[in-house]
Design a protein around this ligand. Sequence first.
Ligand code: B12
Ligand code: SF4
Length: 474
Amino acid sequence: MPRRRIVLYNPPTVFFTMPLGLLAVASGLDPARWDVEIVDGRLHREPVGTLLAALDGADTLGIGVLTGDPIRHALEASRAARSRYPRLHVVWGGWHPSLFPESCLREAPIDAVVVGAGQRAFSRLVEAWAGGGDLAALPGVAARTPGGEIVHGPPGELPELDALPPLDYGRIDVDAYFARKGRRQLDYIGSVGCRFRCAFCADPQVYQRSWTGMTADRMGDELSSLVRRHRAHEVAFQDETFFTKRSRIDELCDALLRGGVAFRWTATLRADQGARMPVSLLERCRDLGFDHAIIGVESAYEPMLKQIRKDVRMDQVWETASRLRDLGIGATWNFIVGFAGEPEESVMASLDAARRLRAMSPRFRTPIFFYKPYPGSPTAEAVERAGFPLPRTLEGWSRFDFVGADARSPWMDPRLRTRVERFGFYQDHAYGAPTPPWKWPLRVAARLRVETGRFGMPVEKLLVERLRPSERLS
Ligand code: B12
Ligand code: SF4
């Protein structure tokens, strides 16, 4: 029997992380039955034109959709594909359709959405279309029947990652991502979901606070061969909480040691985990390439931390910071300001903690994000209650993005918002890697401002922005 053709599409987004979601979906399909091609809109000058050419002879188009601008691109691609190939099945999967399956099915020209993990669900869906199965019985799928009715299958299950074949990176042009990133950094993931309950995050809703991970042995084997094959210098683990199980991390270290391949790696770390883990384990990870941690501090104000259910205390942040500094591991400490109703003292406490962290190590960064109520979380609902309605339609969500002027928590006191923006600018110039001598005056002025907390008349900022306007991201 001839193989049926499926095209998987990643709409343009900011940054060049490898499309692991599409690779995972492709890996769940029987290669004897399905011929799968991945088109990444970020790599092509004419993304939709490239997609339409790839769709020639295809039965199914699958698109991975994040909230925000990617929806606009997904709509454009779906409409173009539908109009050129009217018999094509179009499926959306990923985070936005997982949160709003109904709205996607009603408002986009698509036949089905996959809710949550896609490996098994997508494979069952295309098999049902090929063989005439009952769409309403498919776990993790919501679909439109030929009669136009919307049917929902039962909730999908978390995949047993060890039971699935490895992601086939041969399906993407790995070197093209290295070139776009400007470093030979491979993206990899060894788990799904997260057990924590942060009130601003979509993960608890999509994966119901469950977590499953591949065995460390398998990760070690895959990483050693991937790093060798692609001559990668670094690996970026995309897991939501990489250090979830201490014993597994220890086993991973054993496996990496056995694999004998050296590479630097970056991974997410919760501050409570960093403070609880034995220092010897962190040290072992460092010796095996752990070079950069990504840590969500979110807020340095304890009542706010409680309200957003971070389940982390500031003493754990400081303990983790001292440990990482002493071990020479870099870290990005992410802060969020502007939750609905957040008091000024909370924002000020976060700015102060960011300053202190920045001063601790030249390898620490402390980006401060304005809270953006990404859907599917209690803090987004709080924004609605504060009188700022969230989008109601798919088009509305497509204009909702984390960059641009409207992304700066409009419910925040404008004076405080300006202060955060100025702090962000000056702290970037105050600390970090050594700068060339001609930038020293800016560094001295920025350090003085950050340390004294005086941000009035920001002449340096105006000058730098005039000389180098900031890039538009998406
Ligand atoms: C890499 C990444 C990105 C990349 C996107 C890469 C890409 N594909 O283009 C970049 C850096 C661009 C990015 C940006 C943002 N991201 Co991001 N990102 C991630 C991250 C860390 C890893 C994604 C990944 O590769 N996962 C591994 C794969 C295997 O899982 P997956 O992508 O979820 O895919 C599975 C299912 O979703 C599904 N699936 C996915 N695609 C498809 C397609 C089809 C057809 C089907 C059937 C199924 C399916 O099946 C897959 C296998 O089970 C996730 C967190 C996470 N660990 O998932 C956050 C995450 C997706 N990002 C998130 C957010 C909030 C953002 C940002 C707003 C900024 C930010 N603060 O990070 C921006 C804005 C995006 C935009 N509007 O442009 C949220 C979700 C937001 C949402 N509602 O869409 C997440 C979940 C983080 C979080 N917990 O809050 N991100
Ligand atoms: S923010 Fe991170 S730790 Fe918190 S629920 Fe989301 S993925 Fe889990």
